[in-house]
Design a binder for this molecule. Sequence first.
Ligand SMILES: [Zn+2]
Length: 463
Amino acid sequence: MPRHRDPHSPVVHRTARAGLRLTRGQRRRLTRLLVSAGDVWACVLEVNAWRRAHQDVLLVSYQALCRELAVAGPGCFGELDSTGARSVLRRYSDAWFAAAARRKNGDASARFPRRRHWMMPVRWYHGTFALEGRRLRIPVARGCPPLQVRLDRELPYPPGQVRSVTLLYDAGRLWVDVTAEVPVTVYPPGAEPDPERVAGVDLGIIHPYAVAGPGGQALLVSGRAVRAEHHLHLKDTKARRRAVARRAPKPGQRGSRRWRHYRRRQRLVEARHARRVGQAQHEAARTVIGWAVARRIGTLAVGDPRGVLRLAAGRRHNQRTRDWRVGHLISTLRDKAQLAGIALTLVDERGTSSACPACRARVPKPRGRVFCCPCCGQLGHRDLIAAANIAGRLPGGITPAVTAAGVTHRRAGKHLPGVSAARRDPRRRPHHGDARGSPGRHLPAPPAATAGRGVARPTARTS
Ligand SMILES: [Zn+2]
């Protein structure tokens, strides 16, 4: 299918995942498609194992594999159509050549595809499927009844931009990944991001993004809800593990049915936790980009802390830095910046949280959130000071003035359970000691004192 697009308007590819609303029969058919794709994968592995044993040339190019598939003829792989089967061949070929390239560059740890999978994802390209609103028609082999399924949400892309759909199985559920070609944002004249306007971004655990821009403008995205989610998830996982420790099979021993149920449940919980954190990080990144676009910031300098993360820092801290998912924070921000036409540069963040942006003095890293320079008296939020220093590290960058005048506060993870009083997190214990059940609704805050500060004075009433 030829693509018609303006070569002058740049595009990026973005993927969104949607669940499926399925009948039992549809679920069975889709699962069989994925199993058939796993069969295709296993066939390719077997053909190449046989060829290697006979010192024959391996079949690795996509064209050669497709020829082999055509020779096998239709009907070998159940309801899987040839375009779906070819997508598995494409996956094999890409994986093989990627491994070959890495090995050629001296990476001995790169392995060629060799493992069988019960199910493999299947991808269909534009023109082979039909997507109208939430309805998706999945192509099947000739002679099979049509297969039409419903997505569980609207996709964020107009139908004309969708390039491919991928059916996959993850954490006990069937999903569809929809990839679209999205044009980079075009701004009206005078509103486009200015590359000269630089903002520094400091990545942190309490504040996933702290941004300091020109003119003392700053943004703090709070990640306390995300941290609470990590904490509760870890606690929940530990409790779960303790509860089943007695049933855990010894190495080499087959687990009981209850043990398998536990494993399945654990996978679902892990996947849900990952989705929640990922969603919160996406929303946080979108907040940053929206803030930057409104202030016409054209360059984001991001402090990259990954150099120091390799160092072992103890059990607790290691868990914290793993939960942080800093690579995901960076890549999400980069993807959204690219779509908005904002450049993103990584800079070394070493020492940025322990230097004064005003007088350049080295200051011991503050313990709390408030930074105070003993030399010049500069005050500010610790993460914003670091962000300002990061902006200054960019070649040609100017350290923005850090004043508390224009700090915008936002929260990440507003959807997380337990964030609002309306939705209690079921993983949390009840508040009142051994008392069972919900602590009930929160009491309203006491009325604000109207006269002066502190508590209301009784003398005012008597006069
Ligand atoms: Zn100073």
